[in-house]
Write a protein that binds this ligand. Structure first.
Ligand SMILES: Nc1nc2c(c(=O)[nH]1)N[C@H]1C(S)=C(S)[C@@H](COP(=O)(O)OP(=O)(O)OC[C@H]3O[C@@H](n4cnc5c(N)ncnc54)[C@H](O)[C@@H]3O)O[C@H]1N2
Ligand code: MOO
Ligand SMILES: [Mg+2]
Length: 419
């Protein structure tokens, strides 16, 4: 059986990111939050656009105020007032100053700003009571960014700072990668939709809902194909139809060794290349990963056959599908699973045979993370105690216990870690 590391290498290496030419679309800047930039952005504006004041005070020539103090102040003639948004009208000559406000353009001739707290007004003159450093409180043109150089690189997610940068660069629209499309199907004769009363032996198809939420949270568009019975023809038709519309297909159930576990056989009959059928991970062992070739220029469709148990499908989605989906979506960095070291809050146990993922919550305690194991059963059939999970503690193969207080690696999932 493949190790988790081997499996992730096989999977992640087969993910071809969306193409900047074929898979980009234009988004209005106000709707571009959380999207991924598809093209490099360059501005023909310098930032700041012109020398301007960082303080409310007086624009002066540094030579005029050199060495001045409360005992020996410099006294300068105020020749104009420059609020933000107004173009200065004078060139400051020796012995002169301009009243200036934060963000206002520096006048010609002045090179330094004196903040008003170290000045005193005397009629039309300003008395400077302390010598500023030359160039003090001047935000120089192009000191943040020089026109024509790269401003934002493709592959970055657009969050508040990037949106503000694009607005400043006067880009009301922006080229972003389209959302990846992820077809979701649940296999199983026992499954019903949540609105149906349960007959003996039936259960609700919760995986469809879990997968849809996970896809949407990872930046994809979930295409819900519903419940497919354990019948080869129905499954074949459903998978064939998923392949026509999706970048990634995620099914749950039907990948183990039972008589009604048809997924792998159907994938083969549809011409898939199956790269793995089992991984030494708990929960989630009978994981299938396959690719379907399409036309020359098209990226293959990725197929994830996740195990049907609710915890198994969630854990394998977090561990393998989510990073693959994020890589495919065009993210240049930050798509890989993130592990953080924490202190175990309780004893953690495993049989040591498979890499074991135990769910729970991360808490910040005295400046360090502590992993609190979810109470109740860690059976892969138990969904209930997964609520509020934001971390999965990892016990590597061969490790049967990590004692309370010892260090443990925790995979970040769901909500960010908090208190
Ligand atoms: N003889 C063996 N049996 C099993 C093995 C094994 O190695 N040898 N592996 C076990 C492990 S581990 C897992 S995990 C499961 C995986 O089974 P499948 O992927 O084939 O899934 P199903 O058999 O279809 O269902 C398993 C379980 O999950 C429930 N389920 C399925 N779909 C959903 C859904 N959409 N929403 C909620 N719950 C779902 C289903 O009712 C079953 O209880 O195989 C073990 N068996
Ligand atoms: O690999 Mo399974 O998910 O342990 O029940
Ligand atoms: Mg089965």
């Amino acid at each position: 059986m493949l190790s988790v590391q081997q499996a992730e290498e096989i999977i992640f290496n087969r993910v071809q990111p969306l193409d900047a030419k074929l898979d980009a679309e234009v988004a209005d800047l106000l709707a571009a939050s959380n999207r991924i930039l598809a093209m490099p952005v360059t501005s023909d504006l310098d930032f700041p656009h012109w020398d301007n004041s960082a303080m409310d005070g007086y624009a002066v020539r540094s030579a005029d105020v050199e060495g001045c103090s409360a005992e020996q102040p410099a006294v300068l003639e105020i020749v104009e007032e420059i609020p933000a948004g107004k173009q200065p009208q004078h060139t400051i000559q020796p012995g002169q100053a301009a009243r200036i406000f934060t963000g206002a353009m520096m006048p010609e001739g002045a090179d330094t700003v004196v903040m008003q707290e170290v000045t005193r007004l005397s009629g039309s003159r300003v008395v400077i009571l302390a010598a500023p450093k030359p160039q003090a409180f001047v935000r120089h043109r192009a000191s943040y960014y020089q026109a024509g150089t790269p401003l934002l690189m493709p592959g970055i997610p657009l969050f508040a700072p990037e949106i503000a940068i694009l607005a400043s660069a006067q880009c009301p629209q922006v080229s972003v990668y389209r959302h990846p499309r992820v077809a979701i199907l649940s296999t199983g004769d026992e499954l019903v939709t949540p609105d149906r009363p349960l007959q003996p032996g039936q259960i609700v198809d919760s995986n469809q809902y879990a997968m849809a939420a996970l896809v949407a949270q990872s930046g994809g568009i979930p295409l819900l194909l519903g419940i497919v019975p354990d019948q080869p023809l129905a499954l074949k038709n459903a998978i064939a139809s998923a392949l026509t519309s999706a970048d990634i297909v995620v099914s749950s159930g039907g990948v183990s060794v039972g008589d009604y576990d048809y997924v792998d056989r159907i994938l083969e009959s549809l011409g898939a290349e199956i790269h793995l059928r089992a991984v030494a991970i708990k929960p989630g062992k009978p994981l299938t990963f396959a690719t379907f070739k399409r036309g020359e220029a098209q990226r293959p469709v990725l197929y994830f056959g996740l195990p049907g148990n609710p915890a198994s499908s969630l854990v394998t989605f977090w561990r393998f599908v989510q990073p693959a989906l994020k890589k495919l979506s065009g993210l240049a960095q930050g798509w890989k699973p993130m592990f953080v070291q924490a202190r175990a809050g309780q004893d953690l146990r495993s049989d040591g045979k498979r890499e074991t993922y135990l769910w729970g919550q991360m808490h910040l305690i005295e400046g360090g993370y502590e992993f609190q194991l979810a109470g109740g059963s860690h059976s892969s059939g138990n969904l209930i105690n997964l609520s509020r999970t934001n971390g999965l503690a990892v016990l590597p193969v061969g490790i049967t216990s990590i004692n309370a207080g010892e260090a443990v690696q925790v995979l970040q999932v769901g909500l960010p870690f908090g208190d």
